[in-house]
Write a new protein. Structure first.
Length: 445
């Protein structure tokens, strides 16, 4: 009987261990909530002071505190670590708010993030400066980019479109009012189209005008014609469409001057024009020419794009440009246009120079990270902006059919812009499924 009980206990332990191992790899959220979080919290609580001291994140106490420690508490004066203000568990990790003592800055904590990650046994530690004197440690218990699951609260609103998930478990949002123009780079099969697909799906439900330029004969954007206000599928049409957008921009500046304001959002709602988002699928097709006779068209396109990038933010015209490379080899005006694109998203690239084109002027330390994105993770990228902040993101899988369905569902939101009417694409009619003809004649009663 004792042997039977021992065997049952052993089988139960093996089953539990197998279940934990299975949950760790197949259900990481469940594993983190049941096993990972208590273990990480315990390691953090026990080793916090020692870890901070070893990582050089402590400072000498003030004179009064040192005096009180020696005379009142009768103990040795020890360096002071950042004070823990709040610990909050999440479904993907743990967040700790720290109050920095005098002599430390957020950059000191960020420099030690890799050492903190190993000390506390978590997948990653990201340091965010929340307000002067305070930082937040965003710990992730597992690789949230392996199987992307967007947060439930991530919904498009007010020109803010959640398009990916960050490596700290939060949603990466494309905020057009904060970052009006952005550049997306990446090699073939790296996830650029998926990123743009998620962006269009989110924009489709917002009251904006979507303008597409896809010089690959529209193979990417023509399927979204139901929600597009304009579409150009060759360089000649693209040049004319950009001229129309420049003219629209000038008309809107006249409207701002008439009402004595300097920004579109300061206008009364009843006279405020609808925002316009320009989506360029492959920027190189607008810069490269094969004959000298096309130089004039190229100058029109480049000049128009640069003017839009420099001036259009105030009148609600925003740009989202995609490409495989975007450097000086594209010709005159390429680097000048790139400098106006504040947001940068770089997917897997074929060479270091391409990563430097997108990231070196805004976040140089992120270039090596972009060069090490594995090929088996399409949609993973490095996102940065002119503020110097950057992080890893990954776009969730969205089929073309889902985006097309969203465009058709919100086709009624296409605004009335007479200037863009000549470029309005014809939405394809959904194919009807015809039942097969019977192979035998019906029975005669």
């Amino acid at each position: 009987m004792a042997d039977l009980n021992l065997w049952v206990e052993g089988a139960t332990a093996l089953t539990a261990a197998g279940g934990v191992t299975y949950a760790r790899f197949r259900a990481p959220r469940v594993y983190w909530a049941t096993v990972g979080l208590p273990m990480a919290w315990g390691r953090f609580s026990v080793s916090y002071r020692t870890t901070m001291d070893v990582c050089g994140l402590t400072v000498q106490p003030s004179g009064l505190r040192a005096f009180m420690s020696r005379t009142v508490a009768r103990r040795e004066v020890r360096p002071v670590p950042p004070k823990i203000r709040r610990i909050r568990p999440t479904s993907t990790g743990m967040r700790v708010t720290l109050r920095l003592p005098a002599g430390l800055e957020p950059a000191d904590v960020a420099a030690a993030s890799e050492r903190l990650r190993h000390a506390w046994g978590v997948h990653g530690v990201r340091v965010i400066a929340t307000k002067p004197g305070y930082v937040e440690l965003r710990m992730t218990g597992y690789d949230v980019l392996r199987r992307v699951r967007m947060p439930r609260k991530a919904v498009a609103h007010d020109l803010v479109v959640p398009v990916a998930i960050r490596d700290d478990g939060t949603a990466y949002e494309r905020d057009f009012r904060q970052i009006p123009h952005a550049l997306t780079l990446g090699a073939n099969q790296s996830g650029k189209s998926m990123y743009q697909r998620n962006l269009i799906k989110g924009l489709a439900r917002l009251p904006v005008a979507l303008v597409g330029i896809d010089c690959k004969r529209g193979v990417e954007q023509s399927r979204y014609a139901a929600r597009l206000s304009a579409l150009a599928t060759n360089p000649d049409d693209a040049a004319s469409l950009i001229d129309v957008l420049v003219a629209e921009m000038e008309d809107r500046f006249d409207l701002l001057a008439k009402h004595g304001v300097s920004d579109l959002w300061e206008l009364p709602e009843h006279v405020r024009p609808v925002p316009v988002v320009l989506l360029v699928d492959e920027i190189a097709e607008l810069f490269l020419i094969s004959a000298k006779k096309d130089e004039e068209r190229r100058e029109r396109i480049v000049t128009g794009l640069i003017r839009l990038a420099q001036l259009s933010r105030a009148v609600g015209l925003y740009m989202e440009i995609c490409g495989q490379r975007f450097g000086s080899e594209l010709g005159k005006g390429a680097t000048m246009l790139r400098a106006q694109l504040t947001g940068r998203v770089v997917h897997r690239v074929n060479d270091k120079q391409t990563a430097e084109m997108g990231l070196n002027d805004v976040a140089p330390e992120s270039v090596p990270v972009a060069c090490t994105i594995p090929a088996d993770r399409p949609g993973q990228a490095v996102a940065a902006d002119a503020s110097g902040g950057w992080g890893r993101i990954r776009t969730p899988f969205t089929s073309a059919e889902e985006t097309v369905a969203a465009c058709r569902e919100f086709a009624h939101l296409v605004p009335d812009l007479p200037a863009l009417e000549p470029f309005r694409p014809i939405a394809p009619v959904p194919a009807q499924v015809i039942p097969p003809m019977p192979t035998t004649a019906p029975a005669i009663p």
